[in-house]
Design a protein around this ligand. Structure first.
Ligand SMILES: [Zn+2]
Length: 394
């Protein structure tokens, strides 16, 4: 199918790796890639007003369908003209299908499981069937059903430029056969998602939308191949790499690499939920175009400031008398204003909300700059050199 209003144009290709620069065109603006998609979970980037997000140079943000379908509800967002108007971001947006959070309920935390850690938290997932998943709303306790069709309908009301098919996220500890069954079901759900999208004409509350397929298959090469080829055979605009990526960093890199072996390079490729700087360099070198992760902003709210090759813990008492900004070379609003590490340390200790804003502004700008530098390095055929500056050996 065609995606009017959308385009994916590869402009530069590295000679010594699969890294590439491209532009994803959407009705709400262009996204130069490689790029980082910042998490505006509940239609806001925590502690940062839209003006600060723009000032930091952010190109695209994402919101979570699961949270927004429960509060305020997708019909409310549609009534406000879609997420872009509602939040006043008015730029490119992505929403996930809601599946990740829902299946987290059933498998303790999928985030933990994807990293191979087992936890024992409560279960609010009533069940998964061929039709979809039923869960209890954490907002008002009512039973909610999410089917592939509903995931699309909700995302069309939310109106993001890029939306995702519903998939079943499986944790690390399940057996191979269960991973296979979940993958097969995810493929059937992907086709139902695609059909629902096509029947609705691909137009959401904020205009034209595009649909990404998701590659599943856990840590198994054969399954990653089957799932990548499945996604490539159907008319999705882009491809997201999902599912369990293993229990160690090395295993994650292996799964990323084996998946990329079978993906359609002509489409934009997103890696779901991965966004440490070293992981981004690895992913970019494999040809991955976009990344998302809550880490830079979550870390900031807890006093963790990102700098090249080093993470500062501003809670640390060593900063009490430090009059230097987080990073003298940083052009973010916080460092440019000259807020000292000592002052930020004080705000954090005093639990002042301003601390969250100031450190978030820095971390967001840091990630934007990493991606700017990566794109520049690809164009100049020196990605490995840049990676080394960040302490990453490609
Ligand atoms: Zn800064």
């Amino acid at each position: 199918m065609q995606y009017p209003g959308f385009d994916f144009c590869i402009t530069d290709q590295a000679s010594d790796s699969a890294a590439r620069c491209a532009t994803i065109t959407t009705p709400h603006g262009d996204i130069p890639t490689p790029n980082f998609i910042f998490c505006a979970t509940k239609a806001n980037l925590k502690a940062m007003p839209i003006s600060a997000i723009r000032a930091a140079g952010v190109d695209i943000i994402l919101s979570n369908t699961y949270h927004l379908m429960l509060q305020p509800g997708s019909a409310v967002v549609a009534g406000h003209g879609g997420l872009q108007e509602y939040s006043r971001w008015r730029g490119p947006m992505l929403t996930d299908s809601g599946g990740f959070q829902i299946f987290s309920l059933g498998h303790s935390s999928v985030a933990d499981e994807i990293k191979g850690r087992r936890t024992g938290r409560g279960n609010m997932l009533y069940g998964i069937s061929e039709d979809g998943a039923r869960f209890r709303s954490y907002v008002d306790g009512r039973a909610v059903e999410l089917t592939p069709e509903k995931a699309i309908q909700v995302q069309m009301r939310l109106g993001a430029d890029i939306i995702l098919v519903l998939d079943e996220c499986t944790p690390y500890h399940i057996r191979e056969i269960q991973t296979f069954e979940a993958m097969e079901r995810s493929h059937r759900w992907a086709l139902r998602s695609l059909q629902a999208f096509q029947e609705a004409g691909g137009v959401g509350s904020a205009g034209l939308q595009s649909l990404y397929g998701i590659v599943q298959g856990g840590i198994y090469r054969k399954m990653r191949q089957i799932s990548a080829e499945f996604a490539g055979e159907h008319p999705f605009f882009g491809t997201a790499i999902g599912g369990c990526l293993g229990s160690s960093t090395q295993e994650m890199y292996d799964v990323m690499a084996m998946t990329m072996d079978y993906l359609t390079p002509q489409r934009p490729i997103h890696l779901l939920g991965v966004g440490r700087v070293e992981d981004i360099f690895r992913g970019v070198a494999l040809g991955i175009d976009t990344f998302d992760c809550v880490a830079p902003t979550r870390m900031a709210r807890h006093g963790g400031a990102l700098t090249k090759g080093l993470r500062l813990n501003l809670h640390n008492a060593v900063h009490v008398n430090d009059r230097a900004p987080i990073d003298v070379t940083c052009d973010c609003a916080t460092c440019q204003e000259g807020y000292s590490r000592g002052y930020l340390h004080h705000l954090l200790k005093a639990k002042e909300v301003l601390a969250m804003t100031l450190v978030s502004q820095h971390n967001v700008r840091f990630m934007v700059r990493v991606m700017l530098e990566i794109r520049q390095a690809i164009r100049e055929q020196r990605l490995a050199v840049l990676a080394k500056e960040y302490g990453v050996a490609l």
